[in-house]
Design a protein around this ligand. Structure first.
Ligand SMILES: C[S@@+](CC[C@H](N)C(=O)[O-])C[C@H]1O[C@@H](n2cnc3c(N)ncnc32)[C@H](O)[C@@H]1O
Length: 281
């Protein structure tokens, strides 16, 4: 099981100095990220434009690393973890699925293979990562499954039909999002959720002060996100079975009512050692 550090405030000077002393080899990389952060923030009109530029830069270097996996083994294992979890919670081939921030289909290719043709819809703010997603489709031989992959500039989901998706999934997206972006998503996701459907998202959890590191990594209290969902008329619950898995983030499930969505399942076995890293994205 991953040990999550939910009390640290990574934005404080004290934490950063202590971290640098413990990991001096990581300082140059962090300084490079901080410089990029300042430059892209200066040029970008808003957070989405900023993060799209981050993704362009990271995807050109390595699409797997851009979605948070330092090698193919981890990329495969993190995708399997997401897929196995949803399968354990009743994801069926006839379901219609929307993946928000689908990246280069780390989990998406497994969803696409499992679902009936045309039942997977992936959106992302980064055209660069969506082109890498097309490469994944080719690599996995999934052209016949006919998934839709669409760039978006916001999360109003206004071009999607009412009550259409049984499952909406966002893994490691809100961990990179300011509260305004999460608020916008929660304000609109209920409209596209089918009756009985559910929306799972992961987030970086803190039990201390909410904070962010650069403009890339955001840490929220569970109560903040539960309250935000409820403000938009949704029912939200913290998924305790996800905590059993070796992943650094936590998960919340949102639905139209207390009876919607499947019950919690036994946590799936995750055999691959490639996922056993607490800070996996
Ligand atoms: C860490 S990656 C994870 C990708 C994928 N969910 C996975 O698990 O492999 C985060 C992805 O979310 C996308 N993203 C970030 N903010 C977004 C937003 N507001 N709307 C849609 N996509 C977003 C990024 O472009 C990136 O592809």
């Amino acid at each position: 099981m991953a040990s999550k550090n939910v009390t640290a405030n990574r934005a404080t000077l004290g934490h950063r100095v202590a971290y640098a002393l413990r990991h001096p080899g990581r300082v140059p990389r962090h300084l490079a990220r901080a410089t990029r952060d300042a430059w892209l923030h200066h040029r970008a009109s808003d957070h989405i434009a900023y993060y799209r530029a981050v993704m362009r830069h990271d995807t050109r270097a390595d699409p797997d690393a851009a979605v948070g996996s330092r090698n193919r083994e981890r990329w495969l294992a993190l995708g399997a973890m997401q897929f196995d979890y949803l399968l354990g919670h009743g994801l069926r081939p006839e379901h219609r699925m929307l993946e928000i921030g689908c990246g280069n289909l780390r989990a998406g290719w497994r969803f696409i293979r499992h679902l009936d043709p045309g039942h997977y819809y992936g959106v992302d703010i980064s055209p660069d990562i969506l082109m890498a997603a097309q490469d994944t489709l080719v690599e996995m031989g999934l052209q016949q499954r006919l998934p839709v992959l669409t760039p978006v500039r916001d999360l109003t989901l206004r071009f999607l039909p009412d009550a259409h998706f049984d499952v909406v999934h966002a893994h490691s997206v809100f961990s990179h999002s300011p509260l305004t972006v999460i608020d916008e998503c929660l304000a609109h996701v209920g409209r596209v959720l089918a009756p009985g459907g559910w929306f799972d998202f992961t987030f970086d959890r803190t039990e201390g002060e909410e904070h962010h590191v650069l403009r890339e990594d955001f840490y929220y209290r569970t109560e903040t996100l539960l309250a935000l969902a409820e403000k938009h008329g949704l029912t939200a619950r913290f998924m305790t079975d996800w905590e059993q898995l070796p992943h650094g983030q936590s998960k919340i499930r949102v639905s139209h009512g207390p009876d919607a969505g499947p019950p919690e399942a036994a946590a799936p076995e995750v055999a691959d050692a490639g996922v056993r890293e607490a800070r996996s994205r």
